[in-house]
Ligand binder design. Structure first.
Ligand SMILES: Cc1cc2nc3c(=O)[nH]c(=O)nc-3n(C[C@H](O)[C@H](O)[C@H](O)COP(=O)(O)OP(=O)(O)OC[C@H]3O[C@@H](n4cnc5c(N)ncnc54)[C@H](O)[C@@H]3O)c2cc1C
Length: 238
């Protein structure tokens, strides 16, 4: 396993609680849209075993042609040791990245694509949408629906409806409106439904989608193939 040490080149305050850390791209390092990495802080490998408290999975919120690895995360006042350290990092500080993998590349199957997310889950979808804007081949249209109770919605310059690009974006600030809208979107019985958020959020979305007649193979989760049966087994359907 190759560990890349890289430096922060910019920190963007997206909202009062959400920051994007832009990291230098190590030579020869690349990734697919929807990819995630293991992000580790200095000292994580100082002992015999890696210190898990200093490692988190993070999606890459940028595309390779943006020339930086973007990591977007919410740091609340009450936070983990990992986030507390992250909060105080500055441009020039180092981080390690390893194990890059995308579970949710954009499927180009001539279908309508629905991107369902909560909060910073939208970060996973940012590169999918940019990839679609650059090349819409074999994607009918994309519709994003994000729920964020903070009402400080993310990436609003990209997630802005653009009918000419066959792209629609909706933000809602409560779960009731969110699930009502999911039901409306699920009227498209042939669509592909990507879902990103907490496990509890995934379970609820899957329940609603299956209830509406969407099949498990139309639901894309940011989970490794071996974890999918846990979420998409037929036991979950009502
Ligand atoms: C494939 C994959 C991709 C992912 N991509 C991203 C991503 O792009 N961005 C991202 O942010 N996360 C992402 N995650 C989730 C990420 O790995 C972390 O699990 C998540 O950010 C929570 O971080 P944390 O454990 O450091 O906790 P925190 O975010 O610090 O805390 C989690 C919750 O617990 C509360 N809390 C924590 N500590 C305390 C305390 N001491 N007292 C009271 N309350 C406390 C916080 O207020 C918060 O509500 C991804 C996970 C996976 C599996």
């Amino acid at each position: 396993m190759q560990i890349y040490w890289t430096k922060i080149n910019k920190i963007i305050e997206e909202t009062p609680e959400v920051k994007t850390f832009l990291l230098d791209c190590p030579e020869g390092y690349t990734w697919e849209e929807g990819a995630h990495i293991h992000l580790a802080l200095e000292g994580f490998n100082a002992g015999d075993k890696p210190n898990r408290r200093l490692i988190r999975h993070m999606s890459i919120s940028t595309l390779p042609n943006e020339n930086s690895i973007g990591i977007t995360t919410r740091i609340k006042e009450q936070c983990s040791e990992f986030k507390a350290i992250l909060r105080n990092l500055d441009v020039g500080d180092e981080m390690a990245i390893f194990k890059t993998h995308s579970n949710v590349p954009l499927k180009r199957e001539d279908k309508n694509v629905y991107l369902l997310s909560s909060g910073v889950g939208l970060a996973t979808f940012r590169p999918l949408v940019l990839d679609y804007f650059e090349r819409a081949d074999n994607v009918n249209k994309i519709h994003s629906l994000n729920v964020d109770s903070s009402k400080d919605f993310l990436f609003t310059n990209i997630f802005e409806s653009a009918p000419d690009k066959k792209f629609a974006s909706q933000f809602v600030d409560n779960r009731k409106d969110y699930y009502e809208e999911v039901k409306n979107l699920a009227a498209d019985k042939d669509g592909l439904f990507y879902v990103v958020g907490s496990d509890e959020f995934l379970v609820q979305n899957i329940e609603v989608l299956l209830e509406q007649g969407i099949k498990p193979d139309q639901i894309m989760l940011d989970k490794h193939a071996r974890q999918l049966p846990e979420f998409l087994s037929s036991d979950l359907s009502i």
